[in-house]
Design a protein around this ligand. Structure first.
Ligand code: 3AM
Length: 177
């Protein structure tokens, strides 16, 4: 199955982020329950390996991490997704490293990519950006919300469908527990 490990967006940030998303058109807005910060994308993973990762994640030994949303960004020259940047606090970067090591200990190869923490808000058909969306981006360029503490790390299954990805939580670990 296709899987990744992420921090669900802390509860205290859900309302302000959903309010920001209210002004977004021109694409598929990520539903509140799916808002997350990816720590490690795993790609296709075998069931027995998933079980090992789940086991280790449920016993993770790490402290809660501060999440500060800081500005707007996008992936792709033709803007296939729009996100809020997350400040790369030392604790967050260290947690991403720890989670990656867990996945590797279980036998996966985590793609080597620079960790750029973000919360995807909108996915769209790549192409020209509407004046409305351009205005939204300009208006929110200096958005700063937080810090709030994230205390839960989740292993998600991701199924790609025509109407967008479906995320199913498979296991969770508590930070500071
Ligand atoms: O919604 P975000 O961006 O946080 O970007 C993908 C998504 O996270 C990322 O993994 C999350 C679940 O799909 N992702 C997808 N394909 C990827 C890849 N090949 C990837 N990250 C790295 N490499």
């Amino acid at each position: 199955m296709r899987a990744f490990i992420a921090l669900p967006l802390p509860d205290a940030l859900l309302e302000p982020v959903a309010a920001l998303q209210d002004g977004l058109e021109d694409g598929r807005v990520v539903p509140e329950e799916d808002l997350h910060i990816t720590l490690a994308f795993l790609g296709e993973v075998r069931g027995d390996v998933i079980a090992d990762i789940a086991d280790m994640l449920e016993r993770i030994d790490a402290m809660p991490v501060p999440i500060t949303l800081d500005g707007v960004g996008g992936f792709g020259d033709d803007l296939r997704s729009l996100h809020l940047h997350v400040q790369p606090a030392g604790e967050l970067v260290a947690l991403a490293g720890k989670v990656k090591r867990i996945a590797e200990m279980a036998g996966t190869t985590v793609p080597r990519r620079r960790f750029t923490p973000h919360v995807t808000l909108l996915r769209r058909t790549p192409g020209p950006v509407s004046p409305n969306l351009n205005r939204w981006i300009a208006d929110h360029a200096h958005t700063k919300i937080g810090p709030e503490w994230a205390d839960e790390v989740v292993l998600y299954q991701s199924d790609l469908t025509k109407s967008g990805p479906i995320y199913t939580p498979l296991a969770e670990g508590w930070l500071g527990a």
